[in-house]
Structure formats: structure tokens, C-alpha cells
Ligand binder design. Structure first.
Ligand SMILES: *[C@@H]1O[C@H](CO)[C@@H](O)[C@H](O)[C@H]1NC(C)=O
Ligand SMILES: *[C@@H]1O[C@H](CO)[C@@H](O)[C@H](O)[C@H]1NC(C)=O
Ligand SMILES: *[C@@H]1O[C@H](CO)[C@@H](O)[C@H](O)[C@H]1NC(C)=O
Ligand SMILES: *[C@@H]1O[C@H](CO)[C@@H](O)[C@H](O)[C@H]1NC(C)=O
Ligand SMILES: *[C@@H]1O[C@H](CO)[C@@H](O)[C@H](O)[C@H]1NC(C)=O
Ligand SMILES: *[C@@H]1O[C@H](CO)[C@@H](O)[C@H](O)[C@H]1NC(C)=O
Ligand SMILES: *[C@@H]1O[C@H](CO)[C@@H](O)[C@H](O)[C@H]1NC(C)=O
Length: 454
């Protein structure tokens, strides 16, 4: 999860947005489209060990908490509702940014991946090597907001070590090489026997120009190149976008021709995490600075628009997801995509009547449907998240879960929020219109009686 506090935040009023897929059902998606809910090995293992009770409407939900360390784990069994002869689909993220493993040694990573493929390959169909590779490089090495907390003044958040001008580029480079090396190994040694797929995960903002001036439109393209092209162009064409090479100069590493060949084409699918849309404003003055970080090289301001500055929830701009999927379709040849994370945050102690989360999910799944109908190769969607716990343990006051978990209760009792009922109904094939919010609410009368212990 990215805790969004990147660069510039500007507050503007947002017009209400109407989107076309407002009334839809599970059956409007292709039958093999996968729906699920993201969670982490940590939180589910903890709850499962101490609880053992599976909430009834999720009784088909099991988890694949089989990765050593703290890989994100998501699995889909919801399509059991539709298929008797089902197959499990697991995503296991091999590398997570909280891991202590050194990214700079591609050999270690490949050995580690080899062990994962060998031990779990009989149960895992979808391997994701790296979670949010672009955010790992940016937040870990430019702004220093996330582990390993590296940055250099005047950039970032008061880190004790690092170099914001060079290290984000190096980190991304090693991530790409480590991913490609693991993918090469999987394809050579395991794929024929295990019949799985390998890919990596990127964080994808929606991006739209702040104004329709040529400058902002070009800046928006530049921001897409710096966020997404940074990884996608090496993965598709074996090299970084020209604009990055131009603006970062010798600070962006060059691929040798062997590396370029290894990276090019080294994925079967992409995982994307998407939550928000940014408005992009040209910022040419940053290129005049002698010392620049990646944001300076991008020469664009990223503006997060919020109609209500005091709101804890994300503004819901569902068309952003369709925009992202259209962009991958048109700029990158429409690769198979799984939305690994998408969800709304609320305060962890807020009501179980989480209508803002339901509106968010309804909007984004509708936007996803619009994209699929227009030819996007999106094949799956995992809402973030199943339970609240992870964010709580992280010490954040936000929650993303469809289930509230009572941490004071020795049984770690889970309370379904309205969103859990809504998603369950959607997965069972009910139309978002015919059985709308009102009926879901009526049926969830427990919502109004539930209260929290703290
Ligand atoms: C920066 O970090 C140092 C060392 O951790 C600390 O002493 C100092 O107060 C911090 N400065 C700011 C502005 O946070
Ligand atoms: C970061 O690395 C660049 C290139 O080696 C160097 O010019 C610059 O001084 C370094 N910055 C810091 C803060 O160490
Ligand atoms: C820019 O133009 C597009 C297409 O005409 C329009 O949908 C959008 O609202 C415009 N954006 C702004 C900020 O005016
Ligand atoms: C929820 O928590 C926040 C922050 O800890 C607090 O300000 C707020 O009053 C709490 N709300 C309720 C309903 O307990
Ligand atoms: C639908 O796809 C076509 C062809 O790729 C594209 O030109 C068009 O902009 C897309 N429509 C939307 C709403 O994204
Ligand atoms: C509400 O409950 C009734 C009776 O159990 C059931 O027939 C109906 O499908 C439910 N509706 C929703 C939206 O869950
Ligand atoms: C849930 O909240 C909505 C509006 O936020 C309200 O209209 C509805 O009555 C609430 N439902 C329950 C069961 O409290």
C-alpha cells in the first residue's frame, strides 16, 4: 500500500463524475475473469491461527500463506460460485519492500526465487516477483518515506543516508534485473512442468493534465514515462524511455546488451495497484536545478485533488482505472493485467456502514468493466483488502478492509462491513442495480447494532 503523500497536494473542487457502467453484474465480465480480495500472509495467518472460524459468506475463502517472510498473498476462489471444476489462482509476491534481502544482489534474489518455485510451484499459478517496483524505488530511495529510508537533502524526509539523484534509478535498475533473472529461471526450469505465469507489479496512478494547455498535456506524458514507462519500456523494448535518459543523463544506468535482452519480454502478465488519479502540471523550472531527484527530472507537479480536504477517504475517481487500462492497451500492446489492489480507506474505527467504500468499489469495478468492454486485456481484480488488520499493525489509523477485526477480542472476531455484503452479492451475480444498496443494507441489519470495543 502506498500511503499517499507525494509531493504537491492541491485542493480543488471536483465535479461529480458520471460513468457509463453504473448498472452491471458479475455476468457482464468474461466468465474466466477472476475476482478476489487482497490480503497478506501475516494478517490472515494470525487470525486463522487464533480464530479458525471463517466468516460464513467468505467460507470459500482460503489463503496461501506459504511464502516465508511477508509476501502479499491473494487468492481467488470466488469463482467457485460459478465453476464446480475450479482451479486455484494464487499470486504470491516473492519480493516485498519490507524484506531485508539485499536488492543489490540479483544472485540472492534468483536463489530465493528458485527456492520458492521449487517448493511452492505445484500450488502457485501466478508468480509476482516484485510488488510496486516503481514505488519501492521512489519511496525507498528518493523521498525516503519507506524502507530502506534512503534520500539526500534537499530531497525527501530527513534521511541519514542515500542519494536521491542517483539511487532511485539504480534501485529500479536492480529491480528490473532481479525480476528478469528470476523470470528467466522460471521460464527455463519450471514453466513447462508447472504451467504457471510470471510477472511483476507496478503502482499505477491515473494521470490527467491539470489544464489542456500543450505544456500540461506533454508533462502528463512525461509523468507517465517516469512512473510507468520507466519499467514498461525496458520490459517491452529493452531500454528506458528517451525522455528519462535525456533528463537524468548519466545518473540513469545503461543496460548492457545481454541485460537488455534478458529484461525484454520477461513477463507473462502485469499486476497493477491503482487507487487514485493525479492531475499533472508542467514544472519546467525544476530542470534548471543543478541537483535533481527523480521528481526534478520529471519536471512535473503531481497534484492530488480533493473536494473535501478534511475527508479521510480517497476521492473516488473511478474513470482513472479505465484510463490506466486504456494506456496499457494503446502504449504497451495490451498485456494481460491483473488489478492486484484497489480500495477505499476509512478510519479504522469508523462505522461498519462503509457506504463510501461501497461507492468506491462499485465505481471502480464499473470502470474496469468499461475498459474490458473496450478491449482491455484486464483479466482479474482484487480489492484491497479483506481484513483491516494489516494497516492497524503498521501503526496507521487507516483501514481498507471489508472486515473489521476486533483486536481486543481473544478470538479476533471479524465483523463484516457493508462492503463485504456488497462484494459478496456482486460475486454471487446480483446486479448492482436490481439489488442495490438499500436491500443490501436491510439484509445487513447487524450493521446498525454492531459497535466496537475500544
Ligand atoms: C532529522 O534527523 C535527525 C537524526 O535522526 C534528527 O536529530 C533531526 O531532529 C531531524 N530533523 C528534522 C527536521 O526532522
Ligand atoms: C549523488 O551522486 C552524484 C553522482 O555520483 C553526486 O554528484 C552527488 O554529489 C551525490 N549527492 C549526494 C548528496 O551525495
Ligand atoms: C480537456 O479536454 C478534454 C477533452 O475535450 C475534456 O474532457 C477535459 O475536461 C478538459 N480538461 C480540462 C481541465 O479542461
Ligand atoms: C476515531 O479515531 C480518531 C483518531 O484516533 C478520533 O479522532 C475519532 O474521534 C475516533 N472516532 C470514533 C467514532 O471513535
Ligand atoms: C476505446 O478503444 C479505442 C481503440 O483502442 C480508443 O481509441 C478509444 O479511445 C477507447 N475509448 C475509451 C473511452 O477509452
Ligand atoms: C436479502 O435477503 C432475502 C431473504 O433472505 C434474499 O432473498 C435476498 O436475495 C437478499 N438480498 C440481498 C441483496 O442480499
Ligand atoms: C448507512 O449510511 C447511510 C448514509 O451514509 C445511511 O443512509 C444509512 O441509513 C446507514 N445504514 C445503516 C444501517 O445505518
Amino acid at each position: 500500500m502506498l500511503r499517499l503523500s507525494l509531493w504537491v497536494f492541491l485542493l480543488l473542487n471536483l465535479a461529480a463524475t458520471l460513468f457509463s457502467s453504473d448498472i452491471y453484474s458479475r455476468d457482464d465480465f468474461p466468465p474466466d475473469f477472476i475476482f478476489g480480495s487482497g490480503t497478506s500472509a501475516y494478517q490472515v495467518e494470525g487470525a486463522a491461527n487464533e480464530d479458525g472460524r471463517t466468516p460464513s459468506i467468505w467460507d470459500t475463502f482460503t489463503h496461501a500463506g506459504i511464502v516465508p517472510g511477508n509476501g502479499d498473498t491473494a487468492c481467488d476462489e470466488y469463482h467457485k460460485y460459478k465453476e464446480s471444476n475450479h482451479m486455484l489462482h494464487y499470486t504470491i509476491v516473492i519480493y516485498h519492500r519490507h524484506s531485508k534481502m539485499s536488492m543489490e544482489d540479483g544472485k540472492d534474489f534468483t536463489l530465493y526465487a528458485d527456492a520458492c518455485f521449487r517448493e511452492f510451484g505445484d500450488r502457485v499459478l501466478y508468480w509476482t516477483t516484485i510488488n510496486e517496483g516503481n514505488i519501492f524505488a521512489l519511496a525507498g530511495y528518493d523521498t525516503g518515506m519507506m524502507p530502506p529510508l534512503r534520500c539526500s537533502p534537499p530531497f525527501g524526509f530527513n534521511c541519514s543516508k542515500g542519494n536521491s539523484s542517483t539511487e532511485p534509478y539504480l534501485a529500479a535498475h536492480y529491480i528490473l534485473l532481479a525480476h528478469a533473472s528470476a523470470a528467466q529461471l522460471y521460464k527455463k526450469k519450471y514453466q513447462d512442468k508447472q504451467h504457471g505465469f510470471i510477472g511483476l507489479n507496478l503502482y499505477a496512478f491515473g494521470m490527467v493534465p491539470l489544464t489542456n494547455t500543450t505544456e500540461d498535456v506533454i508533462a502528463t506524458q512525461r509523468a507517465k514515462d517516469f512512473f510507468i514507462g520507466w519499467f514498461m519500456e525496458p520490459l517491452l523494448f529493452g531500454d528506458y524511455p528517451n525522455i528519462m535518459k535525456k533528463n537524468a543523463g548519466s545518473r540513469i544506468p545503461a543496460f548492457t546488451s545481454d541485460e537488455s535482452k534478458m529484461v525484454k519480454g520477461s513477463f507473462d502478465f502485469l499486476g497493477l495497484n491503482h487507487y487514485n488519479t493525479l492531475n499533472i502540471k508542467d514544472n519546467p523550472s525544476s530542470l534548471k536545478m543543478d541537483h535533481r531527484d527523480l521528481a526534478g527530472d520529471m519536471a512535473a507537479e503531481l497534484i492530488f485533488m480533493q473536494d473535501d480536504p478534511s475527508a479521510f477517504e480517497f476521492p473516488s475517481r473511478p474513470e482513472g482505472l479505465q484510463g490506466v487500462l486504456e494506456y496499457f492497451k494503446q502504449a504497451y500492446g495490451n498485456p494481460p493485467i491483473y488489478i492486484h489492489e484497489n480500495g477505499q480507506r476509512t478510519q479504522h474505527n469508523a462505522s461498519l456502514n462503509d457506504t463510501r467504500r461501497v461507492e468506491y468499489m462499485k465505481g471502480f469495478i464499473g470502470s474496469l468493466l468499461d475498459a474490458v468492454r473496450n478491449g482491455s486485456n484486464a483479466r482479474g481484480y482484487f480489492t484491497w483488502s479483506f481484513l483491516d488488520v494489516l494497516e492497524l499493525l503498521d501503526g496507521y489509523e487507516s483501514s481498507y478492509g471489508m472486515y473489521y477485526v476486533d483486536l481486543e477480542d481473544p478470538d479476533l472476531k471479524r465483523y463484516p462491513k457493508l462492503s463485504a455484503h456488497w462484494y459478496s452479492d456482486f460475486l454471487k451475480g446480483r446486479s448492482t442495480h436490481a439489488h442495490g444498496m438499500i436491500e443490501v443494507e436491510k439484509n445487513s441489519s447487524a450493521l446498525s447494532h454492531a459497535h466496537f470495543v475500544q
